[in-house]
Design a protein around this ligand. Structure first.
Ligand code: ADP
Ligand code: MG
Length: 353
């Protein structure tokens, strides 16, 4: 839920492909979760207007915020975090499902991804609180680390409930929030009979069907550059989700050193790696959002091993001096081979807006 988009969608045209009756696409966008969303619908159902779509999408996103935001003091998650008890706390099935996914990715990544890392995120100034002038001391980091560890949470499915084994455990679902939001908006569009759409919540995108030109939605992975935007490569996405996490938008510099918002629970400090960004493609946006963050924490050495063992389609951009090196997992290459027939592979990518 960082403030900057890491993926941009490219040039959805306003009219549908040649030969068909031209049905205008609908495009809407707006702020959400401290970042922005955008939705494009090609060949919308009869009677759908941009205003009606905006109302529907924003009410879904507002519900998501009311469930899982740590920036909203009255959200269900904030109330759970404020509860100092160590008894079972009943939760909504929605919050339960997001926490369950977070714990699954924590286990998969051997704790590199950890939804209890919030006290450290906040200590380093990447959370809801203002950033302190000074870097945290090792005592402060040590104290925060006492509260961190995904195994300090217990989960019960029915009735849905969560137990904190320490009352001061604090859950941060920010690394999954964009994806969860995109999945929820997608489900709402499915229910409305929308067949062709692209939903972006910052750097996490869920796409279905085809764009206005009757091709897979063309999603750009950016070069991991802090000072400007440039397209690194285009990935066709249809009936899939894609998410990029990077170290190049949400960071601060202190005494010439760069600190980014991905925290390694093993050290209690921002990760220091040559990995500029990690992109993951899969079925559900919540999963690829979480995995992309997990890969950033694992770094360029360990991320490929996890991706290969789990058959995850991932694309890493590694800094090599001033240059960038792309590392695709076998599943990512297989995905591209399936979804990019040769005649589409070159030359037809839409130009950035
Ligand atoms: P973005 O799309 O803004 O790049 P991510 O999906 O990568 O964001 O999530 C980054 C956020 O996740 C951080 O701002 C922080 O709140 C949280 N976070 C940081 N480190 C971890 C971690 N090791 N495990 C889980 N969440 C983390
Ligand atoms: Mg993420």
């Amino acid at each position: 839920m960082g403030p900057f988009p890491v993926l941009m969608t490219l040039g959805a045209l306003l009219l549908s492909g040649c030969g068909e009756r031209a049905v205008p696409s609908i495009e809407i966008e707006g702020p959400t979760m401290g970042t922005y969303y955008s939705v494009k619908v090609a060949r919308p159902p009869v009677g759908m207007t941009a205003d009606a779509l905006k109302l529907a999408v924003e009410s879904v996103l507002d519900r998501v915020i009311a469930e899982i935001s740590t920036y909203e003091p009255t959200s269900e998650l904030s109330r759970l975090n404020a509860n100092p008890g160590t008894d079972w706390i009943p939760v909504s099935p929605e919050l339960h499902a997001v926490v369950a996914e977070g714990l699954r990715i924590a286990e998969l990544s051997d704790g590199a991804f950890d939804i209890t890392v919030g006290p450290l995120v906040n200590l380093w100034g990447f959370g809801p609180d203002a950033r302190p002038e000074e870097l945290p001391t090792s005592e402060q980091i040590q104290a925060a680390r006492e509260r961190v560890g995904w195994r300090k949470l217990e989960l019960r499915a029915s009735p849905p409930a969560i137990r904190k084994t320490r009352g001061d455990v604090y859950i941060d679902l920010s690394a999954l929030g964009e994806g969860y939001g995109a999945d929820r908006v997608a489900a709402d569009l499915d229910a409305r009979g929308v067949a062709d759409y692209m939903v972006a919540v910052a750097g996490t995108i869920r796409a279905k069907g085809l764009n206005a030109k009757a091709q897979p939605w063309a999603i750009a992975i950016e070069e991991p550059l802090a000072d400007r935007r440039a397209v690194h490569r285009i990935v066709p996405v249809s009936d899939r989700a894609i998410s990029t996490s990077g170290d190049y938008r949400n960071f601060f510099v202190k005494d010439g050193k760069r600190y980014s918002h991905e925290i390694d629970p093993a050290t209690g400090a921002p990760v220091e790696r040559n990995l500029g960004s990690a992109t993951v493609v899969g079925e559900r946006a919540i999963v690829v959002d979480g995995l992309a963050t997990a890969f950033m924490v694992l770094g360029e050495q360990r991320a490929p091993a996890l991706a290969d063992s789990q058959g995850i389609a991932a694309y890493l951009i590694v800094r090599d001096g001033d240059a960038f090196r792309g590392v695709a997992t076998p599943a990512f290459d297989a995905y591209l081979a399936r979804s990019m027939p040769e005649e589409r592979a070159a030359g037809t990518a839409e130009q950035p807006e």
